[in-house]
Design a protein around this ligand. Structure first.
Ligand code: FPP
Length: 238
């Protein structure tokens, strides 16, 4: 990709919906868990590439609040991938990447929870790039949780109805302090948001492709970024 042309038109925040792992495995007669394993490898490659390109914020939808409904062996396989990845994360800290987890950590096994908290603390001040992993995340859950916090603050006398603005409410979300999403990339031929950052994507551009996530290459990201650079964003204006 010709970075000199694209740099000023790069999105600040890109969201990735990593879809199609199961179908990728099925096509090859493999268990779904191997699709997720391949998907995790692609996630690392694409995250590294985003850092090279100079994208400042990236969010990957790794596990939704609804994904717990999947068969136990598949959920366990994904949890094992999280556990192993979180062990490896020193590599990212060395690159000065801040890592933030979006979602309620409580339902994860203790080894995962402890590592998530440790990584967030250790990378808190890094600013080369912010990598957000949406794990046990749901957009509606995010908004409901923020509403509960607002009501709590109001009941303690810290908040009046007129204090609630979009900016203020944004600060109660898991993405507190992060910019809105500019570009959402969803591979695998599905055309929906699936409860991913629904507040934060209000003005996002969308890029869909038929490629299954484990087949997603840096060239596919280039294509998405080129398309994004050619879009005319008006944010409701003219
Ligand atoms: C959706 O594909 C994918 C998931 C629910 C899990 C995504 C998880 C990973 C890629 C692993 C992440 C790992 C780390 C280390 C962050 P699907 O299973 O719904 O695919 P299908 O629609 O083809 O069945």
């Amino acid at each position: 990709m010709d970075l000199s042309v694209q740099k000023d038109k790069l999105p600040v925040h890109v969201g990735f919906i990593m879809d199609g792992n199961g179908r990728w495995a099925k096509k090859r007669g493999l268990p779904r868990s191997l699709g997720h394993k391949e998907g995790a490898a692609v996630f690392k490659k694409i995250a590294d590439y985003c850092l090279d390109l100079g994208i400042k914020y990236i969010t990957f939808y790794a596990f939704s609040t609804e994904n717990w409904k999947r068969p136990a062996d598949e959920v366990n396989a994904i949890m094992d991938l999280f556990d192993a990845y979180l062990d490896d994360v020193g590599k990212y800290a060395a690159k000065k990447t801040r890592i933030v987890f979006l979602g309620d950590k409580a339902p994860f096994r203790k080894s995962i929870r402890d590592k998530m908290i440790d990584i967030e603390n250790k990378t808190r001040d890094f600013d080369a790039m912010t990598l957000m992993l949406a794990m046990n995340y749901g957009g509606r859950d995010d908004i409901v949780r923020a509403a509960k916090k607002a009501v709590q603050l109001a009941s303690e006398g810290y908040l009046k109805p007129e204090d609630i603005t979009e900016d203020m409410f944004s600060k109660l979300l898991y993405t507190e302090g992060m910019p809105d999403v500019d570009l959402v990339i969803r591979p695998s031929g599905e055309y929906r948001l699936s409860n991913f950052l629904i507040w934060q994507c209000a003005y996002a551009e969308y890029y869909f492709s038929d490629v299954l996530w484990p087949d997603f290459k840096t060239a596919d990201l280039d294509k998405a970024l080129e398309e994004y650079a050619s879009r005319n964003r008006r944010f409701g204006g003219v």
